[in-house]
Design a protein around this ligand. Structure first.
Ligand SMILES: O=c1ccn([C@@H]2O[C@H](COP(=O)(O)O)[C@@H](O)[C@H]2O)c(=O)[nH]1
Length: 239
């Protein structure tokens, strides 16, 4: 049986290595997958990745690569060498994403390691319909997320990052073997903060989300370990 723990990814968003280490140690028994994002990676120059490897944790490198195809491809190649489990790029042009998918496969084969999963960010969960209008896009967040998910699938990458609000529609068009990673998850008792398209852990699982990315509701809780345990229980209540 799939455990709730296998569906939870904790985002350790802090700019201090010692704080990250403290959180990883505190959550050791309750969490198997940790996300290292821009804040943590830039401020510690990737030191957390080495610590997570020492601890035998699965690593989600969330640097959301977005550049010309050649640069994206080279960045993906380096991330494969870091032997991470999952990484993000932005959903961009088809050619750029195709090259990322290909180089990841080639590099993993060359190193004889498991190929990391590559997922494309469709529409950030902090964006609303109005935000899209403001930047000149006349689609709703849901329409754009679905369009970008289809493009990501066509390119050969493994899946997407989206809000759980639209994950069921994306699964309908891309199939349930396409990896879905959903941030913007908020238990009913947590503050929403800068997220705009939020869903509770149990609703997200009910809508078909495969992995839930949760940061502040755990890392800024008075008792992070208890918060992680409660979330895993909530996930398991609907599995
Ligand atoms: O669309 C996206 C893509 C990535 N994120 C990242 O997920 C976590 C969410 O943290 P919370 O504290 O639970 O809001 C954070 O690291 C983001 O960079 C996202 O939120 N939305």
């Amino acid at each position: 049986m799939v455990k709730g723990k296998e569906r939870l990814i904790v985002a350790i968003d802090t700019n201090e290595f010692d704080k990250a280490k403290e959180l990883i140690d505190e959550l050791d028994d309750s969490v198997d997958i940790f996300k290292v994002g821009l804040e943590q990676y830039v401020s510690t120059r990737g030191k957390t990745i080495d610590y997570l490897k020492e601890k035998g944790k699965k690593i989600f490198l969330d640097l959301k690569f977005h550049d010309i195809p050649n640069t994206m491809k080279s960045a993906v190649r380096s991330a494969v060498r870091d032997n991470v489990w999952l990484m993000t790029i932005h959903v961009s042009d088809l050619e750029g994403m195709r090259q990322c998918a290909l180089v990841a496969k080639e590099e993993a084969e060359k190193l004889n390691i498991e190929k990391p999963l590559i997922v494309g960010v469709t529409v950030l969960t902090s964006l609303s319909n109005q935000d899209l209008k403001d930047i000149g896009c006349d689609m709703t967040t849901e329409e754009l997320a679905i369009k970008r998910a289809k493009l990501a699938k066509e390119s050969g990458i493994d899946g997407i990052v989206c809000s759980a609000q639209e994950v069921d529609k994306i699964i309908q068009v891309c199939g349930d073997d396409f990896v879905t990673v959903c941030p913007g998850i908020r238990p009913t008792t947590s503050e929403v903060g800068d997220q705009k398209r939020v869903v509770t852990p149990s609703e997200a699982i009910n809508k078909g989300a495969q992995y839930l990315v949760i940061g502040r509701p755990i890392t800024q809780a008075i008792n992070p370990k208890q918060s992680a345990i409660n979330i895993v229980k909530e996930i398991e209540s609907v599995l």
